[in-house]
Design a protein. Structure first.
Length: 331
């Protein structure tokens, strides 16, 4: 099978590409040549270009005659329109990466969608957002999904949950790992945030799901949630990360107005993002290939070796201690 990736040189992409190459498929990756493409397996063909000028590589794409095109970088309305135009008469089918932020509960969380939270878990037929998210047009996956569904070739949509692991550009575990490594005895959490739940998935497991969706013909035209089997609360997740990092402190829950301003979350915390993942497990046989504990271990090891830049205001321990003492908790 000839498989073309638009993007795919970082995070979940290399895992999927490695699975596909090991299975004997011919893989070509279209990328800017600026990222860590050297980590891709031998035998992968490279086309250098920019996703914002996709039409310029139309002849090279046609020469590949792709059976499947995997678009990791379809982020905006324009991206989706150009993608469908370029590959409309040459792709056998496509896989497009979307996100769980397309669900209406994401809008309810951030106050952009009025009304009560939708029932959990959210399966692939749960209501989607009708308005732009707080991220605006520069990242609009609801529009992307609407456009690619009308493509003249069948499209598989993967709705990624919050992906974590080595190379995570958002450094999702850093906040907890830094506090552990700085010797903080207490980690503060806003009342309501502690019981809020959002689904995530280890990067290699997400790559495995992507590889399955790419080669399995029954995935054509389907939408799949990609997430771990279980979805802990924020407090449970902090405990899991902190314990794996060697911490024996405690989580302290305070009301929003008791916390330092930088730690306050203004959203509707009754709207959780818990995904139903039974469809991809049932139809494609997906299951995690890296355990939760092993994924956390690898993530923490990488996070410690690659701390991001941060400001003192993000870790204002004096303000945190003052909030603890005001609540009658020794620091």
């Amino acid at each position: 099978m000839n498989i073309l990736f638009i993007g795919g040189t970082s995070f979940t992409g290399p895992f999927a590409i490695r699975h596909l190459v090991d299975a004997g498929h011919a893989v070509t990756v279209f990328h800017r040549g600026k990222s860590k493409a050297s980590i891709l397996p031998e035998g992968v063909r490279h086309i250098i270009g920019d996703k914002d000028r996709l039409t310029e590589a139309r002849a090279e794409f046609r020469a590949i005659r792709p059976d499947v095109v995997v678009n990791m970088m379809c982020l905006t309305t324009t991206d989706a329109e150009v993608f469908v135009d370029v590959f409309g008469d040459m792709a056998g089918r496509a896989v497009v990466i979307s996100s769980a932020d397309v669900y209406r509960n994401y809008g309810r969380l951030h106050g952009t969608e009025p009304g009560p939270p939708d029932p959990l878990p959210l399966d692939e037929d749960a209501p989607l957002r009708e308005k732009l998210s707080e991220q605006g047009e520069h990242y609009n996956k609801t529009s992307v999904e609407s456009i690619v569904r009308k493509a003249p070739f069948p499209v598989t949509i993967l709705r990624y949950s919050a992906i974590y692991g080595p190379e995570d550009p958002l450094n999702r575990t850093f906040d907890t790992v830094k506090r552990v490594d700085d010797g903080r005895r207490h980690i503060l959490v806003q009342d309501g945030v502690d019981t809020w739940r959002f689904h995530d998935c280890y990067c290699e497991n997400a790559g495995h799901a992507l590889a399955l969706a790419t080669v399995r013909p029954e995935a054509a035209g389907r939408v799949y949630n990609v997430a771990d089997l279980k979805c802990p609360t924020v407090a449970e997740r902090i405990h899991q990360i902190a314990r794996a990092a060697g911490w024996d402190g405690s989580i302290v829950t305070l009301k929003r107005d008791q916390l330092p301003e930088a730690m306050r979350f203004p959203g509707d915390l009754s709207a959780s993002l818990v995904l139903d993942t039974q469809r991809i497990r049932r139809e494609l046989g997906y299951q995690e290939i890296v355990s939760y504990d092993e994924g956390l271990r690898r993530t923490i090891e990488w996070q410690r070796a690659n701390p991001p830049e941060y400001t003192d205001a993000e870790f204002d321990y004096a303000a945190e201690d003052a909030a603890l003492m005001k609540a009658g908790i020794a620091v």
